[in-house]
Design a protein around this ligand. Structure first.
Ligand SMILES: *Cc1c(COP(=O)(O)O)cnc(C)c1O
Ligand code: SF4
Length: 337
């Protein structure tokens, strides 16, 4: 908290009460993100993502420490197996920043366990024993916090499993700490026998700094396939113009927009959530105005962990005469087929 006071983002008076927030949820902001915050704007969208507020202590009954119930689908420490053909490995608990809306906010932070030693061996044995597992998804925390050496060992261990064809890393590092994405690190993500995908998490077009653009370009240059991941957040990107710039920003860098997540019911995050109907209206706006390349799928992880439900608005209605389809200007067209 002292750091945030020193950077003029929190007053020393507020710091005392915010210590209660920091005691519960980890706090960290990287120099790259600090440099983007407009100190004069209390509503700054970058500030809103990383600087803690007292609103985080307001918890509502529907919120939960494990909103998508990873625990119920976790047969081994650090491994979540919800869908038959893919498993998720939580390789580290730390992140370079701690997003105030994080759905794993009760689990992430310094002092958590990394997936190493016997736990890692067991996780790899679990994957090896199940030929239906086609894809291994690396998450955390943020798996780009690994050293190049450990990233390389992990990639190679997974690549050595015959039936695994895809290694997918989910990370916020390329935008928040782009200097970590060195040539050495990028090489460590690739191995013979698997195809590497990286899902880059960014929520606001200002996050595409020149350094972030260079980090993403380094990954593209070695042939890594890139998709995006964003969270739809009140006060950050809940405007059509911001979402347009964000999605265009991804596409311009060769990153295919993949998911726009509706915020999960993580504790103390109510101020970030907006009605799903409003999210659908924004999605209609994107469909009307942006290239097809820039369209993400709007999704909600259903509480309880059953599945990721697509929330995209419908462009189709069934009528007596057949079907009707909605165009970008709001007109319905009959389809008889
Ligand atoms: C979201 C999620 C995935 C990945 O889902 P995709 O739709 O393939 O991106 C995999 N496993 C778990 C446990 C998840 O929550
Ligand atoms: S980087 Fe990802 S895991 Fe880490 S705090 Fe942000 S949303 Fe959570």
């Amino acid at each position: 908290m002292a750091d945030l006071v020193a950077h003029g983002l929190v007053t020393s008076k507020d710091a005392e009460s915010l210590d209660a927030v920091a005691a519960r949820y980890a706090v960290a902001v990287t120099p790259t993100m600090l440099g983007l915050i407009d100190r004069a704007d209390p509503q700054d969208p970058i500030r809103a993502q990383f600087v803690p507020t007292m609103r985080e202590l307001q918890q509502s009954p529907e919120e939960s420490a494990d909103p998508i119930d990873d625990a119920a689908f976790s047969p081994l420490p650090g491994l979540v197996h919800r869908y038959a053909d893919r498993v998720l490995l939580k390789v580290v608990s730390v992140c370079p920043v701690y997003c105030r809306f994080c759905f794993r906010r009760e689990m992430v932070g310094p002092g958590g366990e990394a997936l190493v030693g016997e736990n890692l061996d067991q996780a790899l044995a679990y994957i090896r024993a199940r030929p239906e597992i086609f894809e291994v998804i690396l998450t955390g925390g943020d798996p780009f916090m690994l050293s190049p050496r450990r990233a390389r060992e992990l990639t190679q261990a997974i690549a050595a499993i015959e039936h695994v064809k895809i290694v997918r890393w989910h990370t916020r590092v390329p935008v928040v700490a782009p200097e970590r994405v060195s040539d050495d690190f990028v090489q460590a993500l690739c191995a013979k026998g698997v195809t590497t995908w990286v899902a880059v998490h960014a929520n606001h077009p200002r996050e595409f700094t020149p350094a972030a653009q260079a980090a993403i370009t380094r990954m593209r240059e070695v042939g890594i396939s890139l998709v995006s991941q964003s969270v739809l957040l009140r006060g950050v990107n809940d405007r059509l113009d911001v979402l347009q710039d964000l999605m265009r920003g991804f596409v311009a860098l060769g990153v295919k927009p993949y998911y726009l997540h509706h915020p999960d019911l993580a504790p103390g995050t109510g101020h970030f959530r907006l009605p799903i109907a409003e999210g659908q209206e924004l999605m209609r706006g994107l469909r009307r105005t942006l290239t097809g390349l820039a369209q993400p799928t709007y999704v909600l992880d259903v509480p309880g962990g059953a599945f990721k439900a697509p929330l995209d608005p419908s462009y189709l209605q069934v009528s007596e005469g057949g079907l009707q389809l909605l165009d970008g200007t709001g007109h319905w067209h009959d389809y008889k087929g």
